[in-house]
Design a protein around this ligand. Structure first.
Ligand code: PLP
Length: 420
């Protein structure tokens, strides 16, 4: 490995052989340490986009390992010996789980929206309510993605109210698509009006215009039953008559990063023929992880236990409290002199632009340090190996145990002890 003098910060006074050796080893260690790796998510945000969104189920991890350590039948039909399509591993499951006729999977949901608009509405008009032109996060705005497809955006209604008549008036010769977008990361409350997918589909049918719905999260299971209301499932969109429905595989579905498009055979076929379908296609590891995740959903009650994102969202507060108490007991044994810590009640969030108003009761270990501010304690744990991310509240560091796995608790205790 080649290192320049400036990289090693060598000055004349440092030219002792031992000092140089030490500096070289330290610098080599720094360069060779991977930048990307594990962190402990104690933020309580279940689908934390910056922390990799959904953790995979053991079955999904095993499926990825199996297809990536050797060869696979990714695009080869073992029954006939002919060339196949990677989509064939996912389409039947997605159809079964949503009631759709056909499905295609691309790299992420932004890509799914781009493909739908590029294939169906390029240089033509797509009608969208002003109340649904969302910024997804990190300054990515859906209207910008839509424009990139070459579609002409026709905005109707106002921020808080859009009626069926608003859509009706906007329909003209150039209309290619009506699109409904799920409000994801915000809610408009008060004096509001919104048009359901069913009503839009009726309007679309009258004018022979397809209707697409971008669900963002697109759950495959009924969340209301677990007290997490406000999202409808991809199946409900299809039942409502949507011609195409797009959603992420790594939000509420709890799988790998991917964008799922389900809908009528005719429209899915036109997506598959578009050159972007090849540019946006998913790799074999994604196919493996997504197929394994979808298989869990064939038993919806089982999915609540086996898909980590669902399990974390639905875990009863008392069970999270037991994990917080376990972490506290582990620290008690080491008696870190400068740390003060108690188990406290607080609120977790779904994250990933889903269930924005859901306040999920949780339990945290609330830490403070005798000589350090909350911010300094936060920095110390963030820079540990692996990094621990919590949240600051009134100069205390809260470690939310909802997003910390049982198996991570001893490691978390070690890191806190070593840092304190
Ligand atoms: C999150 C989201 C997207 C983008 O999905 P990615 O999988 O992150 O690309 C698009 N539309 C809506 C409504 C979303 O909530």
């Amino acid at each position: 490995m080649l290192l320049s003098h400036s990289q090693m910060n060598v000055t004349g006074a440092d030219l002792e052989i031992e000092t140089i050796k030490e500096k070289v080893l330290k610098e080599a260690g720094r360069i060779m340490k991977p930048s990307f790796g594990k962190v402990i998510n104690a933020t309580g945000v279940v689908l934390h986009t910056n922390l990799g969104r959904a953790p995979l189920s053991p079955a999904a991890i095993e499926a990825v390992r199996e297809v990536s350590e050797g060869y696979s039948n990714l695009e080869h039909r073992l029954d006939t010996g002919e060339r196949g399509s990677r989509q064939e591993h996912l389409e039947p499951l997605l159809c079964r789980l949503t009631g759709a006729e056909a499905a295609v999977v691309v790299n992420n949901n932004a890509a799914a929206v781009l493909l739908v608009l590029s294939a169906l509405a390029r240089e033509r008009e797509v009608i969208v309510s002003r109340g649904q032109l969302v910024e997804i996060g990190d300054s990515f705005r859906l209207p910008d993605i839509m424009k990139e497809s070459g579609a002409v955006l026709v905005e109707v209604g106002t921020t808080n109210r859009t009626s069926l008549a608003d859509y009706g008036k906007a329909i003209g010769e150039e209309t290619a698509l009506i699109m409904r977008i799920h409000q994801s990361n915000f809610r408009i409350v008060g004096y509001t009006e919104d048009v359901s997918i069913k009503e839009l589909v009726e309007l679309g049918r009258q004018h022979s215009i397809p209707v697409a719905e971008d669900l963002g999260s697109g759950s495959l299971v009924d969340l209301d039953a677990k007290g997490l209301s406000g999202e409808h499932t991809a199946g409900e969109s299809i039942k409502g008559g949507a011609d195409l429905v797009t959603f992420s595989a790594d939000k509420l579905l709890g799988g790998p990063q991917a964008g799922i498009i389900v809908g009528s055979r005719e429209y899915i076929e036109s997506l598959l023929k578009h050159p972007l379908a090849r540019a946006l296609r998913v790799d074999k590891m994604t196919v493996a992880a997504l197929e394994a995740t979808l298989l869990e959903y064939l038993d919806p009650e089982g999915a609540w236990k086996k898909v980590p994102a669902l399990r974390m969202l639905a875990e009863p507060p008392e069970s999270v409290k037991r994990r917080a108490a376990r972490l506290k007991r582990m620290l008690d044994r080491a008696r870190p002199a400068d740390l003060e810590y108690v188990v406290t009640e607080d609120t977790s969030r779904a994250g990933g632009g889903t269930l924005p108003t859901a306040e999920i009761q949780t339990f945290c270990l609330s830490l403070s340090h005798k000589r350090l501010s909350g911010a300094a304690l936060e920095e110390m744990l963030r820079k540990a190996d692996p990094g621990v991310l919590g949240r600051l509240k009134e100069d205390r560091l809260l470690l939310d145990l909802r997003t910390v796995a049982d198996t991570e608790v001893p490691l978390l205790a070690d890191i806190i002890r070593a840092s304190a």
